[in-house]
Design a protein around this ligand. Structure first.
Ligand SMILES: NC(=O)C1=CN([C@@H]2O[C@H](COP(=O)(O)OP(=O)(O)OC[C@H]3O[C@@H](n4cnc5c(N)ncnc54)[C@H](O)[C@@H]3O)[C@@H](O)[C@H]2O)C=CC1
Length: 412
Protein backbone atom coordinates (compact mmCIF):
# COMPACT_ATOMS: atom_id res chain seq x y z
CA UNK A 1 0.00 0.00 0.00
CA UNK A 2 1.43 3.42 -0.89
CA UNK A 3 1.45 6.47 1.30
CA UNK A 4 -1.54 8.83 0.95
CA UNK A 5 0.92 11.57 -0.14
CA UNK A 6 2.00 9.50 -3.13
CA UNK A 7 -1.61 9.04 -4.15
CA UNK A 8 -2.27 12.72 -3.82
CA UNK A 9 0.77 13.54 -6.01
CA UNK A 10 -0.49 11.12 -8.60
CA UNK A 11 -3.97 12.63 -8.65
CA UNK A 12 -2.58 16.21 -8.60
CA UNK A 13 -0.50 15.41 -11.69
CA UNK A 14 -3.58 14.06 -13.43
CA UNK A 15 -5.54 17.17 -12.51
CA UNK A 16 -2.76 19.30 -13.96
CA UNK A 17 -2.91 17.34 -17.19
CA UNK A 18 -6.69 17.76 -17.25
CA UNK A 19 -6.42 21.55 -16.73
CA UNK A 20 -3.92 21.75 -19.56
CA UNK A 21 -6.35 19.99 -21.91
CA UNK A 22 -9.13 22.28 -20.74
CA UNK A 23 -7.05 25.40 -21.41
CA UNK A 24 -6.14 24.06 -24.82
CA UNK A 25 -9.82 23.44 -25.60
CA UNK A 26 -10.70 27.00 -24.52
CA UNK A 27 -8.00 28.39 -26.84
CA UNK A 28 -9.62 26.46 -29.67
CA UNK A 29 -6.91 23.80 -29.77
CA UNK A 30 -7.30 20.31 -31.22
CA UNK A 31 -9.89 18.97 -28.81
CA UNK A 32 -12.70 17.30 -30.79
CA UNK A 33 -16.13 18.92 -30.55
CA UNK A 34 -18.35 16.41 -32.33
CA UNK A 35 -17.91 12.68 -31.82
CA UNK A 36 -20.23 11.48 -34.61
CA UNK A 37 -17.56 11.36 -37.32
CA UNK A 38 -15.07 9.80 -34.92
CA UNK A 39 -17.46 7.01 -33.92
CA UNK A 40 -18.21 6.20 -37.57
CA UNK A 41 -14.47 6.03 -38.29
CA UNK A 42 -13.95 3.72 -35.31
CA UNK A 43 -16.76 1.43 -36.48
CA UNK A 44 -15.33 1.39 -40.03
CA UNK A 45 -11.96 0.42 -38.61
CA UNK A 46 -13.53 -2.64 -36.97
CA UNK A 47 -14.90 -4.75 -39.85
CA UNK A 48 -15.00 -7.99 -37.83
CA UNK A 49 -17.37 -6.49 -35.21
CA UNK A 50 -20.13 -9.07 -35.72
CA UNK A 51 -17.72 -12.00 -35.61
CA UNK A 52 -16.27 -10.51 -32.43
CA UNK A 53 -19.77 -10.26 -30.97
CA UNK A 54 -20.20 -14.00 -31.52
CA UNK A 55 -16.79 -14.74 -30.00
CA UNK A 56 -17.53 -12.57 -26.95
CA UNK A 57 -20.85 -14.36 -26.39
CA UNK A 58 -19.09 -17.71 -26.72
CA UNK A 59 -16.33 -16.62 -24.32
CA UNK A 60 -18.81 -15.66 -21.61
CA UNK A 61 -19.65 -19.32 -21.12
CA UNK A 62 -15.96 -19.94 -20.28
CA UNK A 63 -15.73 -17.35 -17.52
CA UNK A 64 -18.94 -17.98 -15.61
CA UNK A 65 -20.02 -16.65 -13.19
CA UNK A 66 -19.08 -13.41 -14.90
CA UNK A 67 -19.65 -11.44 -11.68
CA UNK A 68 -16.74 -13.40 -10.08
CA UNK A 69 -14.54 -12.65 -13.10
CA UNK A 70 -15.37 -8.97 -12.68
CA UNK A 71 -14.35 -9.14 -9.02
CA UNK A 72 -11.04 -10.83 -10.06
CA UNK A 73 -10.51 -7.85 -12.34
CA UNK A 74 -10.69 -5.41 -9.42
CA UNK A 75 -8.37 -7.58 -7.33
CA UNK A 76 -5.77 -7.57 -10.11
CA UNK A 77 -6.25 -3.86 -10.80
CA UNK A 78 -5.64 -2.82 -7.18
CA UNK A 79 -2.80 -5.32 -6.74
CA UNK A 80 -0.94 -3.74 -9.68
CA UNK A 81 -2.08 -0.15 -9.08
CA UNK A 82 -3.04 0.54 -5.46
CA UNK A 83 -3.13 4.27 -6.29
CA UNK A 84 -6.25 3.56 -8.38
CA UNK A 85 -8.28 2.29 -5.41
CA UNK A 86 -9.51 5.79 -4.32
CA UNK A 87 -11.25 6.20 -7.69
CA UNK A 88 -13.72 3.48 -6.66
CA UNK A 89 -16.36 3.33 -3.91
CA UNK A 90 -15.38 1.55 -0.70
CA UNK A 91 -17.88 -1.24 -1.39
CA UNK A 92 -17.28 -2.75 -4.81
CA UNK A 93 -20.45 -4.82 -5.03
CA UNK A 94 -22.66 -2.24 -6.75
CA UNK A 95 -19.70 -1.18 -8.89
CA UNK A 96 -19.16 -4.77 -10.01
CA UNK A 97 -22.87 -5.24 -10.78
CA UNK A 98 -22.84 -2.07 -12.84
CA UNK A 99 -19.76 -3.23 -14.75
CA UNK A 100 -21.30 -6.64 -15.44
CA UNK A 101 -24.58 -5.21 -16.68
CA UNK A 102 -22.76 -2.63 -18.85
CA UNK A 103 -20.58 -5.34 -20.40
CA UNK A 104 -23.50 -7.66 -21.06
CA UNK A 105 -25.42 -4.80 -22.61
CA UNK A 106 -22.41 -3.90 -24.74
CA UNK A 107 -22.01 -7.45 -26.02
CA UNK A 108 -25.75 -7.82 -26.67
CA UNK A 109 -25.93 -4.57 -28.65
CA UNK A 110 -22.62 -4.63 -30.53
CA UNK A 111 -24.58 -5.08 -33.76
CA UNK A 112 -26.55 -1.87 -33.06
CA UNK A 113 -24.15 1.10 -33.32
CA UNK A 114 -27.06 3.54 -32.98
CA UNK A 115 -27.62 2.13 -29.46
CA UNK A 116 -24.10 1.34 -28.38
CA UNK A 117 -22.31 4.56 -29.39
CA UNK A 118 -24.58 6.92 -27.38
CA UNK A 119 -24.44 4.44 -24.47
CA UNK A 120 -20.62 4.49 -24.44
CA UNK A 121 -20.48 8.25 -24.92
CA UNK A 122 -22.68 8.75 -21.88
CA UNK A 123 -20.54 6.29 -19.94
CA UNK A 124 -17.39 8.19 -20.96
CA UNK A 125 -18.84 11.48 -19.77
CA UNK A 126 -20.12 9.92 -16.54
CA UNK A 127 -16.64 8.55 -15.74
CA UNK A 128 -15.26 12.11 -15.60
CA UNK A 129 -17.17 12.62 -12.34
CA UNK A 130 -15.21 9.76 -10.80
CA UNK A 131 -11.89 11.29 -11.83
CA UNK A 132 -11.35 8.50 -14.37
CA UNK A 133 -9.13 9.64 -17.25
CA UNK A 134 -8.00 8.02 -20.51
CA UNK A 135 -4.73 7.04 -18.81
CA UNK A 136 -6.64 4.69 -16.49
CA UNK A 137 -8.10 2.63 -19.32
CA UNK A 138 -4.85 0.78 -19.97
CA UNK A 139 -4.40 -0.80 -16.50
CA UNK A 140 -8.14 -1.55 -16.38
CA UNK A 141 -7.96 -3.32 -19.75
CA UNK A 142 -4.88 -5.29 -18.67
CA UNK A 143 -6.65 -6.40 -15.48
CA UNK A 144 -9.77 -7.34 -17.45
CA UNK A 145 -7.82 -9.53 -19.85
CA UNK A 146 -5.86 -11.17 -17.07
CA UNK A 147 -9.09 -11.98 -15.22
CA UNK A 148 -10.68 -13.41 -18.39
CA UNK A 149 -7.63 -15.50 -19.30
CA UNK A 150 -7.22 -16.88 -15.80
CA UNK A 151 -10.86 -17.87 -15.45
CA UNK A 152 -11.11 -19.15 -19.04
CA UNK A 153 -8.12 -21.48 -18.41
CA UNK A 154 -7.19 -23.89 -21.15
CA UNK A 155 -10.50 -23.34 -22.96
CA UNK A 156 -9.59 -19.66 -23.57
CA UNK A 157 -8.56 -19.26 -27.23
CA UNK A 158 -6.50 -16.60 -29.02
CA UNK A 159 -9.63 -15.63 -30.99
CA UNK A 160 -11.47 -14.83 -27.74
CA UNK A 161 -8.54 -12.77 -26.52
CA UNK A 162 -8.30 -10.78 -29.72
CA UNK A 163 -12.07 -10.17 -29.85
CA UNK A 164 -11.98 -8.77 -26.30
CA UNK A 165 -8.94 -6.62 -27.10
CA UNK A 166 -10.56 -5.10 -30.21
CA UNK A 167 -13.82 -4.51 -28.33
CA UNK A 168 -12.08 -2.91 -25.38
CA UNK A 169 -10.08 -0.65 -27.71
CA UNK A 170 -13.30 0.50 -29.41
CA UNK A 171 -15.07 1.05 -26.07
CA UNK A 172 -12.27 3.11 -24.56
CA UNK A 173 -11.77 5.19 -27.70
CA UNK A 174 -15.46 6.12 -27.86
CA UNK A 175 -15.50 6.83 -24.11
CA UNK A 176 -12.35 8.99 -24.19
CA UNK A 177 -13.54 10.95 -27.23
CA UNK A 178 -16.83 11.68 -25.45
CA UNK A 179 -15.04 12.68 -22.25
CA UNK A 180 -12.72 15.01 -24.19
CA UNK A 181 -15.56 16.59 -26.12
CA UNK A 182 -17.28 17.37 -22.80
CA UNK A 183 -14.12 18.88 -21.30
CA UNK A 184 -15.36 22.45 -21.24
CA UNK A 185 -18.51 21.56 -19.27
CA UNK A 186 -18.15 20.67 -15.58
CA UNK A 187 -18.39 16.96 -14.70
CA UNK A 188 -20.60 17.94 -11.76
CA UNK A 189 -21.72 20.96 -9.78
CA UNK A 190 -22.01 21.17 -6.03
CA UNK A 191 -25.37 21.82 -4.47
CA UNK A 192 -26.37 22.70 -0.92
CA UNK A 193 -29.24 20.88 0.78
CA UNK A 194 -31.74 23.56 1.82
CA UNK A 195 -34.68 21.33 2.81
CA UNK A 196 -34.87 17.78 4.14
CA UNK A 197 -38.26 16.36 4.97
CA UNK A 198 -38.42 12.86 6.39
CA UNK A 199 -41.75 11.47 5.15
CA UNK A 200 -41.27 8.05 6.75
CA UNK A 201 -38.41 5.93 8.03
CA UNK A 202 -37.32 5.18 4.46
CA UNK A 203 -38.59 8.09 2.39
CA UNK A 204 -37.47 11.71 2.23
CA UNK A 205 -37.98 14.80 0.09
CA UNK A 206 -34.86 16.92 -0.41
CA UNK A 207 -34.46 20.33 -1.98
CA UNK A 208 -31.03 21.49 -3.10
CA UNK A 209 -29.59 24.76 -4.39
CA UNK A 210 -26.93 24.21 -7.10
CA UNK A 211 -23.92 26.53 -6.77
CA UNK A 212 -24.34 27.54 -10.42
CA UNK A 213 -27.25 27.54 -12.90
CA UNK A 214 -28.28 23.97 -13.63
CA UNK A 215 -29.86 23.24 -17.04
CA UNK A 216 -32.50 20.53 -17.31
CA UNK A 217 -36.01 19.81 -18.53
CA UNK A 218 -38.97 18.47 -16.55
CA UNK A 219 -38.91 14.65 -16.63
CA UNK A 220 -35.09 14.36 -16.62
CA UNK A 221 -32.89 12.90 -13.90
CA UNK A 222 -29.47 13.61 -12.41
CA UNK A 223 -26.82 11.55 -10.68
CA UNK A 224 -26.13 12.52 -7.08
CA UNK A 225 -23.19 11.86 -4.78
CA UNK A 226 -22.70 12.69 -1.09
CA UNK A 227 -19.34 13.19 0.68
CA UNK A 228 -20.68 10.69 3.24
CA UNK A 229 -20.35 7.99 0.53
CA UNK A 230 -17.62 9.06 -1.92
CA UNK A 231 -17.62 7.78 -5.52
CA UNK A 232 -21.12 6.30 -5.32
CA UNK A 233 -23.40 8.03 -7.78
CA UNK A 234 -27.10 7.20 -8.21
CA UNK A 235 -29.85 8.60 -10.42
CA UNK A 236 -32.84 10.54 -9.09
CA UNK A 237 -35.43 12.50 -11.05
CA UNK A 238 -35.95 16.19 -10.48
CA UNK A 239 -39.47 16.47 -9.04
CA UNK A 240 -40.06 20.05 -10.13
CA UNK A 241 -39.72 21.80 -13.50
CA UNK A 242 -36.92 24.41 -13.72
CA UNK A 243 -37.94 27.30 -11.46
CA UNK A 244 -36.81 30.87 -10.92
CA UNK A 245 -35.35 30.14 -7.49
CA UNK A 246 -33.14 27.47 -9.10
CA UNK A 247 -34.01 24.86 -6.45
CA UNK A 248 -34.25 21.18 -7.36
CA UNK A 249 -36.43 18.70 -5.50
CA UNK A 250 -35.66 14.97 -5.19
CA UNK A 251 -37.71 12.11 -3.74
CA UNK A 252 -35.60 9.36 -2.24
CA UNK A 253 -36.56 5.92 -0.93
CA UNK A 254 -33.89 4.15 1.18
CA UNK A 255 -33.56 0.65 -0.21
CA UNK A 256 -30.79 -0.81 1.93
CA UNK A 257 -28.38 0.15 4.69
CA UNK A 258 -25.18 1.77 3.45
CA UNK A 259 -26.55 2.67 0.01
CA UNK A 260 -26.62 6.25 -1.25
CA UNK A 261 -30.43 6.37 -0.86
CA UNK A 262 -30.03 5.40 2.80
CA UNK A 263 -27.45 8.18 3.28
CA UNK A 264 -29.73 10.73 1.58
CA UNK A 265 -32.73 9.74 3.70
CA UNK A 266 -31.08 9.12 7.08
CA UNK A 267 -27.80 11.01 7.24
CA UNK A 268 -27.80 14.04 4.95
CA UNK A 269 -29.30 17.18 6.41
CA UNK A 270 -29.87 20.86 5.69
CA UNK A 271 -26.53 22.60 5.07
CA UNK A 272 -24.79 19.50 3.67
CA UNK A 273 -23.26 19.57 0.22
CA UNK A 274 -24.11 17.13 -2.58
CA UNK A 275 -22.59 16.74 -6.01
CA UNK A 276 -24.88 16.84 -9.00
CA UNK A 277 -24.01 15.35 -12.43
CA UNK A 278 -25.47 16.80 -15.66
CA UNK A 279 -29.17 16.21 -16.39
CA UNK A 280 -30.00 13.12 -18.46
CA UNK A 281 -33.03 11.36 -19.84
CA UNK A 282 -35.44 11.66 -22.71
CA UNK A 283 -38.79 11.52 -20.88
CA UNK A 284 -39.58 15.16 -21.58
CA UNK A 285 -42.94 16.56 -22.69
CA UNK A 286 -43.62 16.24 -26.41
CA UNK A 287 -47.43 16.38 -26.59
CA UNK A 288 -49.06 15.08 -29.76
CA UNK A 289 -51.53 17.74 -30.90
CA UNK A 290 -55.10 16.67 -30.00
CA UNK A 291 -54.00 13.86 -27.65
CA UNK A 292 -54.67 13.65 -23.93
CA UNK A 293 -51.84 13.01 -21.48
CA UNK A 294 -51.53 10.04 -19.15
CA UNK A 295 -49.04 10.41 -16.28
CA UNK A 296 -48.45 7.15 -14.38
CA UNK A 297 -46.28 6.89 -11.27
CA UNK A 298 -45.38 3.98 -9.00
CA UNK A 299 -43.84 4.89 -5.61
CA UNK A 300 -41.05 7.48 -5.79
CA UNK A 301 -41.38 7.35 -9.57
CA UNK A 302 -43.80 10.15 -8.69
CA UNK A 303 -40.84 12.56 -8.82
CA UNK A 304 -40.47 12.69 -12.61
CA UNK A 305 -44.23 12.60 -13.14
CA UNK A 306 -44.74 15.51 -10.78
CA UNK A 307 -42.15 17.56 -12.68
CA UNK A 308 -44.08 16.87 -15.90
CA UNK A 309 -47.31 17.89 -14.19
CA UNK A 310 -45.68 21.14 -13.01
CA UNK A 311 -44.47 21.79 -16.55
CA UNK A 312 -47.97 21.19 -18.00
CA UNK A 313 -49.45 23.60 -15.47
CA UNK A 314 -47.11 26.34 -16.77
CA UNK A 315 -48.43 25.97 -20.34
CA UNK A 316 -51.17 28.27 -21.66
CA UNK A 317 -53.73 25.53 -22.43
CA UNK A 318 -52.70 22.12 -21.13
CA UNK A 319 -54.28 19.01 -22.70
CA UNK A 320 -56.74 16.91 -20.65
CA UNK A 321 -54.47 15.01 -18.29
CA UNK A 322 -54.86 11.99 -16.01
CA UNK A 323 -52.42 11.37 -13.19
CA UNK A 324 -52.37 7.87 -11.68
CA UNK A 325 -50.21 7.44 -8.59
CA UNK A 326 -49.90 4.00 -6.99
CA UNK A 327 -48.21 2.91 -3.77
CA UNK A 328 -48.18 -0.32 -1.80
CA UNK A 329 -50.08 1.03 1.18
CA UNK A 330 -52.08 4.07 2.15
CA UNK A 331 -49.15 5.29 4.28
CA UNK A 332 -46.80 5.24 1.27
CA UNK A 333 -48.94 7.60 -0.79
CA UNK A 334 -46.92 10.74 -0.13
CA UNK A 335 -46.93 14.35 -1.35
CA UNK A 336 -50.73 14.22 -1.47
CA UNK A 337 -51.19 17.85 -0.45
CA UNK A 338 -49.33 19.04 -3.53
CA UNK A 339 -51.15 16.64 -5.84
CA UNK A 340 -54.56 17.46 -4.43
CA UNK A 341 -53.85 21.20 -4.69
CA UNK A 342 -53.01 20.74 -8.39
CA UNK A 343 -56.17 18.69 -8.83
CA UNK A 344 -58.37 21.29 -7.17
CA UNK A 345 -56.84 24.20 -9.12
CA UNK A 346 -56.76 22.73 -12.64
CA UNK A 347 -59.96 21.54 -14.37
CA UNK A 348 -57.89 19.82 -17.09
CA UNK A 349 -56.43 17.39 -14.51
CA UNK A 350 -57.87 14.18 -13.00
CA UNK A 351 -56.00 12.56 -10.14
CA UNK A 352 -56.42 8.88 -9.29
CA UNK A 353 -54.67 7.39 -6.25
CA UNK A 354 -54.23 3.63 -5.90
CA UNK A 355 -53.04 1.27 -3.21
CA UNK A 356 -52.06 -2.33 -3.89
CA UNK A 357 -54.38 -4.06 -1.46
CA UNK A 358 -57.49 -3.29 0.51
CA UNK A 359 -60.05 -0.58 -0.15
CA UNK A 360 -59.60 2.78 1.53
CA UNK A 361 -62.01 5.27 -0.07
CA UNK A 362 -61.29 7.54 -1.98
CA UNK A 363 -58.28 5.49 -3.11
CA UNK A 364 -58.65 2.73 -5.68
CA UNK A 365 -57.53 -0.79 -4.99
CA UNK A 366 -54.90 -2.60 -7.07
CA UNK A 367 -51.50 -1.91 -8.57
CA UNK A 368 -51.34 1.28 -10.56
CA UNK A 369 -51.14 -0.90 -13.70
CA UNK A 370 -54.45 -2.63 -12.89
CA UNK A 371 -56.13 0.62 -11.94
CA UNK A 372 -55.12 2.32 -15.22
CA UNK A 373 -56.19 -0.74 -17.24
CA UNK A 374 -59.53 -0.98 -15.46
CA UNK A 375 -60.67 2.22 -17.19
CA UNK A 376 -60.57 0.60 -20.66
CA UNK A 377 -59.26 2.19 -23.84
CA UNK A 378 -56.55 4.85 -23.70
CA UNK A 379 -56.43 5.46 -27.44
CA UNK A 380 -55.58 9.08 -28.24
CA UNK A 381 -53.26 9.51 -25.25
CA UNK A 382 -49.54 10.14 -24.80
CA UNK A 383 -48.29 8.17 -21.79
CA UNK A 384 -45.39 8.96 -19.43
CA UNK A 385 -44.41 6.17 -17.02
CA UNK A 386 -42.10 6.25 -14.03
CA UNK A 387 -41.60 3.74 -11.22
CA UNK A 388 -40.16 0.27 -10.57
CA UNK A 389 -38.96 -1.35 -13.80
CA UNK A 390 -41.46 -4.25 -13.41
CA UNK A 391 -44.29 -1.70 -13.26
CA UNK A 392 -43.00 0.14 -16.33
CA UNK A 393 -42.68 -3.09 -18.34
CA UNK A 394 -46.14 -4.31 -17.31
CA UNK A 395 -47.72 -0.91 -17.99
CA UNK A 396 -46.15 -0.58 -21.43
CA UNK A 397 -47.62 -3.94 -22.44
CA UNK A 398 -51.08 -3.12 -21.11
CA UNK A 399 -51.17 0.34 -22.70
CA UNK A 400 -50.30 -1.11 -26.10
CA UNK A 401 -53.30 -3.48 -25.70
CA UNK A 402 -55.45 -0.53 -24.62
CA UNK A 403 -54.86 1.52 -27.76
CA UNK A 404 -51.82 3.69 -26.94
CA UNK A 405 -49.37 3.79 -29.84
CA UNK A 406 -46.00 2.38 -28.73
CA UNK A 407 -44.14 5.50 -29.96
CA UNK A 408 -46.40 7.63 -27.74
CA UNK A 409 -45.18 5.93 -24.55
CA UNK A 410 -42.21 7.53 -22.73
CA UNK A 411 -40.14 6.17 -19.85
CA UNK A 412 -36.48 6.15 -18.82
N1 LIG B 1 -36.74 8.47 -6.78
C1 LIG B 1 -36.76 8.79 -8.04
O1 LIG B 1 -36.44 9.92 -8.42
C2 LIG B 1 -37.16 7.81 -9.08
C3 LIG B 1 -37.41 6.49 -8.76
N2 LIG B 1 -37.67 5.59 -9.76
C4 LIG B 1 -37.87 4.21 -9.47
O2 LIG B 1 -39.13 4.08 -8.91
C5 LIG B 1 -39.13 2.94 -8.09
C6 LIG B 1 -39.88 3.33 -6.86
O3 LIG B 1 -39.77 2.33 -5.91
P1 LIG B 1 -40.80 2.23 -4.71
O4 LIG B 1 -41.20 3.60 -4.28
O5 LIG B 1 -40.15 1.32 -3.72
O6 LIG B 1 -42.03 1.53 -5.43
P2 LIG B 1 -42.81 0.21 -4.98
O7 LIG B 1 -41.98 -0.98 -5.25
O8 LIG B 1 -43.33 0.45 -3.61
O9 LIG B 1 -44.02 0.20 -6.02
C7 LIG B 1 -44.88 1.31 -6.16
C8 LIG B 1 -46.08 0.91 -6.95
O10 LIG B 1 -45.71 0.54 -8.28
C9 LIG B 1 -46.63 -0.47 -8.75
N3 LIG B 1 -45.90 -1.69 -9.03
C10 LIG B 1 -44.75 -2.10 -8.46
N4 LIG B 1 -44.37 -3.29 -8.97
C11 LIG B 1 -45.31 -3.63 -9.88
C12 LIG B 1 -45.48 -4.74 -10.76
N5 LIG B 1 -44.61 -5.76 -10.81
N6 LIG B 1 -46.56 -4.76 -11.56
C13 LIG B 1 -47.45 -3.75 -11.53
N7 LIG B 1 -47.34 -2.68 -10.74
C14 LIG B 1 -46.30 -2.61 -9.92
C15 LIG B 1 -47.63 -0.71 -7.65
O11 LIG B 1 -48.73 0.14 -7.88
C16 LIG B 1 -46.84 -0.27 -6.40
O12 LIG B 1 -47.68 0.12 -5.35
C17 LIG B 1 -37.71 2.50 -7.86
O13 LIG B 1 -37.49 1.35 -8.64
C18 LIG B 1 -36.91 3.66 -8.44
O14 LIG B 1 -35.73 3.21 -9.05
C19 LIG B 1 -37.76 5.95 -11.05
C20 LIG B 1 -37.54 7.24 -11.40
C21 LIG B 1 -37.25 8.27 -10.47
Amino acid sequence: MREPGVRNDYHSLLNLHHSMLLRRSMRGGPVPKSQDGQAVALLDAWPQRLTDQRLLRESLALVEPFSDTAMDLYTTLFRDGPHLRPLFPSSLVAQRDHLVSSMLRLIGDLDKPEVIVPFLEQLGQAHRRLGVRAIHFEPFGAALLEALRTRGGIAWRTEHDQAWQRTYRFVTQVMSNAAQAALATPAYVSAAVVHHQQISSNLAILRVRPAQPYAYQAGQYATLESPYLPNTWRCYSMANPPSEDGLLEFHVRATGAGQLSDVLVNKVNVGDELRLGPARGSMTLAPTPGNGVLLIAGGTGLAAVRALLGELALRPSPPPTWLFFGARTWGELYDLETLEAYNARHPWLRLVLAIDEGVAYPYESGTVVDVVARRGSWAGHDAYLCGPSAMVTAMKGRLAELGVQPDRIWHD
